[in-house]
Design a protein around this ligand. Structure first.
Ligand code: MN
Length: 131
């Protein structure tokens, strides 16, 4: 076993893939054969991901605040501290804070054999993200 306290620097979610202010903390990237990747993601009010897919799906576990998630073809759904969301492999979706609330979630994925964790798509349009 191993306890790690020193973590990599917190990094900004790049504007190419996120709208608004998003900070990413890497929690766990264990060595092979594990393909686990775990991040704590901090969304300022109004901030959210672009549309994207995860080849092996994703678990989102909300730690703090209130946010939103939408699967393609589905309604925008509210999520809050304590909620756990399963995104199916290949399911196009986005997630983030509410328009007036912070939200922090753990994001857990299994990388594909080639290392891919996320396939990024278009930004969420203003008529989809609630005002
Ligand atoms: Mn996702």
């Amino acid at each position: 076993m191993h306890i790690r306290r020193k973590r990599p620097d917190t990094v900004r979610g790049p504007a190419e893939h996120f709208t608004g202010t998003v900070w990413l903390d890497e929690v766990a990237t264990p060595a092979a054969p594990s393909r686990l990747r775990m991040f704590s993601v901090h969304f300022a009010p109004d901030a959210h991901t672009s549309w994207h897919r995860h080849p092996h799906g994703q678990v989102l576990h909300v730690l703090e605040g209130e946010g939103l998630v939408q699967r393609e073809g589905g309604e925008v759904e509210a999520i809050r501290a304590g909620d756990t969301v399963w995104i199916e492999p290949g399911e196009r979706h986005w997630h983030g804070a509410g328009p007036r609330t912070f939200m922090t979630h753990l994001a857990v994925v299994e990388a594909a054999a080639d290392g891919t964790t996320t396939e990024w798509d278009a930004h969420v349009s203003a008529d989809v993200y609630p005002a």
